[in-house]
Design a protein around this ligand. Structure first.
Ligand SMILES: [Zn+2]
Length: 199
């Protein structure tokens, strides 16, 4: 149906999340119609992002610099941390402009069915970081799904051992069970942060 290079482009685009066969075809036909300079800019942006953006060695945020901007900022409260599952959740919280502390990105949630346990996530790094830096409060900004609940409680048990006085809280969600943090609007998320309660 397609000439070989076009078929390959469609195939690659279809690997992207949320891109079905029809969208991939539409994107490919759109791209092939654009000037070569535009395509080069896109290809370069992809490569540059891939080559320069790494995990922050402290909080596991994506950053072209290590430590990331948030970990380096003297403006941020070093004793108030927010634990999130993914970088997209950190971005959602930053959008509220309400949180002035630091982060720790887990890289996912515990999910035995998908082979994701403590060692597949940045949990041991969090425990070591808490033991060393001794923050005042740790907010779990994690969606209240089954996996989210398990993850929060496993981490809580680990942290109780290294820092018995650590105050641990969770977002007060005005959201349905299992709803994703990233889809919450800024006002709802800011309120959930403000009204956080002890875990
Ligand atoms: Zn960082």
């Amino acid at each position: 149906m397609y000439t070989r290079p076009l078929a390959r482009l469609i195939e690659e685009l279809q690997r992207l999340p949320g891109i079905g066969a029809k969208t991939a075809q539409r994107l490919a036909l759109h791209l092939i119609n654009r000037p070569v300079t535009e395509i080069e800019a896109l290809a370069q942006a992809l490569l540059e992002a891939k080559q320069t953006v790494k995990h922050c060695s402290i909080c596991f945020n994506w950053s072209a610099e290590d430590p990331c901007e948030i970990c380096r900022s003297p403006q941020r409260d070093p004793s108030l941390w927010c634990v999130v599952a993914e970088v997209k959740d950190l971005i959602a919280l930053e959008r509220t402009r309400e949180f002035k502390g630091r982060y720790h990105v887990l890289g996912g949630l515990i999910s035995p069915m998908n082979g994701i346990g403590v060692d597949q996530l940045h949990i041991r790094e969090l425990v070591a970081r808490v033991a060393q830096e001794k923050p005042r409060e740790l907010i779990f900004a994690i969606s209240p799904s089954v996996e989210g609940e398990v993850t929060m409680h496993v981490i809580k048990d680990f942290l109780k051992q290294v820092s018995p006085t650590l105050y641990m809280t969770r977002l007060a969600f005005g959201l349905p069970m299992g709803s994703e943090l990233e889809y919450a609007d800024e006002v709802t998320l800011a309120r959930a942060l403000e009204a956080r309660r002890e875990l």
